[in-house]
Design a protein around this ligand. Structure first.
Ligand code: GLP
Length: 332
């Protein structure tokens, strides 16, 4: 059997350049809507963080159905709408692209399926790599990261796209090194949690999306484990009351301005739960990533690292990540 066809880096880079040129030449961009569903929506959360913390652009990360239902009054020809759908046929995301174009917004969509309804509905379409033959640098999240830095540069007259692109080029080495280093730990954690019915995930700032997608996509959707992705900044405002010695948590510790949020939560958590898996970005070798970018870059590492833990969990539970009860199997 032939290996599945993978889009080449050159082809992806061409599409990224076309989208970057389009957002550079747009006469005005005053707001940005980052919209998708599920795991693809989670990819938008760190982008909103980058835009809000470094530009005066109004930036909104919204589920695609929320986006079309709210029909933001500020959406129009001065808007950029960034969409993502792996399949390219999630109806809510396709409808969001159509709606955005009707309002005159510039639409840039990422999808793995270049002939899909989303690709046809969007003005600029960028494909990405996926599956065993992928390079992490050419998967969806790092491509979005590059595009958002082009927008930061436009909005602030800075030059972050080149260092962000260089940082992304280092992603494969960073992720592969960490996957090898974490394999035994992930396997032991997964074996210990082969019967766990519930696992919470915690993260904040640009890493909240990684915690959220791990909870809703990997644990709930794919492994049928009860979960919630809790923003560490919200932990003391309700969720900490369920903490107990035998309640499992995965706690993501990020970098930069969000780290004190994570550290405060972590310090409390480990005194009350004996079952905390801590993944700490401060332990990684990020020498090839400029220091200023490391806080927002970390999510590009957390997501594939968490996937290793899910894959080991799937193996120990005898529950492949591909199994669904309802999704894609019936009308809903
Ligand atoms: N884990 C995700 C889900 O969260 C999402 O609802 C669905 C549609 O996603 P997409 O629009 O990216 O194809 O598929 C994936 O399995």
């Amino acid at each position: 059997m032939n290996p599945p066809e993978v889009l080449t880096p050159e082809r992806i880079d061409e599409r990224v350049s076309a989208a970057v040129d389009a957002l550079r030449s747009r006469p005005q961009i005053s707001n940005v809507f980052l919209t998708a569903c599920g795991g693809s929506f989670a990819l938008m959360m760190p982008l909103q963080h980058v835009l809000q913390s470094s530009t005066v652009l109004e930036a909104h990360a919204l589920n695609a159905r929320e986006f079309t239902t709210r029909a933001p009054k500020s959406l129009g020809p001065n808007s950029l709408v960034v969409l993502c759908s792996h399949s390219g046929d999630t109806p809510e995301t396709v409808e969001a692209a159509r709606f955005a174009r009707e309002q005159g917004a510039l639409t840039i969509a990422l999808t793995h399926e270049l002939e899909s309804p989303l690709a046809l509905a969007s003005e600029f379409v960028i494909g990405y790599q996926h599956g065993d033959a992928k390079r992490y640098a050419y998967t969806s999240a790092p491509i979005l990261y590059r595009i958002i830095h082009a927008l930061v540069d436009r909005a602030t007259s800075s030059s972050t796209l080149a260092p962000a692109t260089d940082a992304v080029a280092a992603l494969d080495g960073i992720v592969e090194g960490l996957l090898a280093a974490h394999y035994d730990r992930a396997d032991a954690w997964a074996k210990a949690h082969a019967r766990s019915g519930l696992i919470y995930t915690l993260g904040s700032g640009p890493n909240y999306g990684s915690a959220y997608s791990f909870a809703i996509c990997l644990l709930q959707e794919m492994l049928w484990v009860h979960s919630q992705g809790i923003n560490s900044a919200e932990y003391f405002h309700g969720p900490f009351e369920i903490t107990d010695f035998d309640v499992p948590f995965i706690d993501l510790l990020g970098l930069g301005v969000s780290r004190p949020i994570d550290e405060r939560t972590h310090a409390f958590l480990v005194t009350k739960s004996d079952d905390v898996l801590t993944l700490d970005a401060a332990e990684w070798d990020l020498a090839l990533v400029p220091e200023a970018l490391r806080p927002s870059f970390a999510h590009l590492v957390f997501t594939p690292l968490l996937r290793l833990y899910a894959e080991r969990l799937a193996d120990h539970r005898g529950h492949p990540l591909s199994v669904r009860r309802y999704m894609w199997r019936m009308e809903y």
